[in-house]
Design a protein around this ligand. Structure first.
Ligand code: NAD
Length: 340
């Protein structure tokens, strides 16, 4: 039985990397029935909405989506794509793996997965200005909201992820030494959840500033990392940088009502339409999707073919130092699949 998955090819280079990705999955024999939908500028062009109801309805039905990069239309009157997706599907966990693929990088043998709380903290949008005298914007106040329920589900997700993927340690990153209430609640709740995994998965605690330094000095010491929204936003890009940037960075947004997998990079307007985009990040996102639905062996095989193609270095796209087109790179990955 094929698994129905919503496919949002996206804008800019999106359609070409989405086509490359679906070709690779088909060649690997993945049983997926794609339901192609639009969002971003393609959504505005067809329905006047960057996140049309028909696209949301498709994800409500499939509960799974693979999403290419989207261009957010500038100007008022359009709803935010990310807010609509996060709210509709309660996407509370942002999962960002970073592992060494590109040969000759600064760090070898990295295999880190950062799990960021996606719905709370300083990003809840509770902000206001404070008038002092005749200055209406003399001060600004932003409120960070952390709940026990939100903390528990993200830390539990991190431990469950570790258990499912045979990982041994979860590093909880916080700033409870200063923000004793909000960060303190996150840390205390995390410690409580960790007790359920004692003996199989270790809990390590790190203060965020020390963590930033440790990630540069000894990144190989980290396994699964879990943290609150703002810290996760910053540290997830940091770990992508450790393994060579956003070009090969996939991400997943996991929710109560659905899971959305994507490439972290944008629409790359400078190279859109030239047939030279690297589909690697979206292919890795599709591998995360396959793992999510239990097709672990196929994900491993596709990832292996992609890694081998990149390490060979003869048929890679320009951003990876080669001359190959998107199509030639895709063909090379498919050829390696056959050999594997
Ligand atoms: P970008 O990631 O699109 O591009 C940055 C640089 O990386 C460019 O030089 C681009 O050519 C290169 N690049 C990115 N992906 C590549 C790939 N797969 N292969 C080869 N080269 C690649 O970032 P930007 O220029 O800041 O943003 C462009 C647009 O994308 C904006 O409209 C932004 O809002 C949008 N965006 C969308 C998402 C998303 O939907 N997930 C994320 C980031 C940016």
């Amino acid at each position: 039985m094929a698994t129905p998955v919503t496919l949002i090819p996206g804008d800019g280079i999106g359609p070409s990397i989405a086509q490359a990705t679906t070709r690779i999955l088909a060649a690997a024999g993945a049983a997926i029935e794609w339901d192609t939908q639009v969002a971003g500028m393609a959504g505005v062009a067809r329905y006047g909405d960057p996140i049309p109801d028909s696209t949301l309805d498709s994800i409500k039905r499939t509960k799974l989506a693979l999403k290419g990069p989207l261009e957010t239309p500038v100007g008022e009157g359009y709803r935010s794509i990310n807010v609509a997706l996060r709210k509709t599907f309660d996407l509370y966990a942002n999962v960002r793996p970073a592992y060494s693929i590109i040969p000759g990088g600064r760090y070898r043998d990295l295999d880190i997965v950062l799990i960021r709380e996606n719905t709370e903290g300083l990003y809840v949008g509770v902000e206001h200005y404070i008038r002092v005298g005749d200055d209406p914007r003399a001060a600004a106040e932003s409120v960070a909201i952390i709940t026990r329920t939100g903390s528990e589900r993200i830390v539990r997700y991190a431990f469950e992820y570790a258990a499912r993927h045979g990982r041994k340690k979860v590093t909880l990153v916080h700033k409870a030494n200063i923000l004793k209430f909000s960060q303190g609640l996150f840390l205390d709740t995390g410690r409580m959840v960790a007790r359920d995994y004692a003996g199989s998965i270790a809990l390590e605690e790190r203060i965020v500033d020390a963590m930033a330094m440790n990630l540069v000095l000894h990144p190989e010491r980290f396994d699964v990392i879990v943290t609150t929204n703002l810290f996760g936003d910053i540290l997830s890009d940091q770990i992508s940088g450790l393994v060579g940037g956003l070009g090969l960075a996939p991400g997943a947004n996991i929710g109560v009502n659905g899971a959305i997998f994507e490439a972290v990079h944008g629409t790359a307007p400078d190279i859109a339409g030239k047939g030279i985009a690297n589909p690697g990040a979206l292919v890795l996102a599709a591998c995360m999707l396959l793992e999510h639905i239990g097709d672990v062996e196929r994900a491993k095989r596709i990832r292996g073919a992609l890694e081998q193609t990149i390490r060979d270095g003869t048929t890679v796209t320009r951003d990876l130092g080669g001359q190959a087109s998107t199509e030639e790179f895709t063909d090379a990955v498919i050829a390696k699949l056959g050999a594997g």
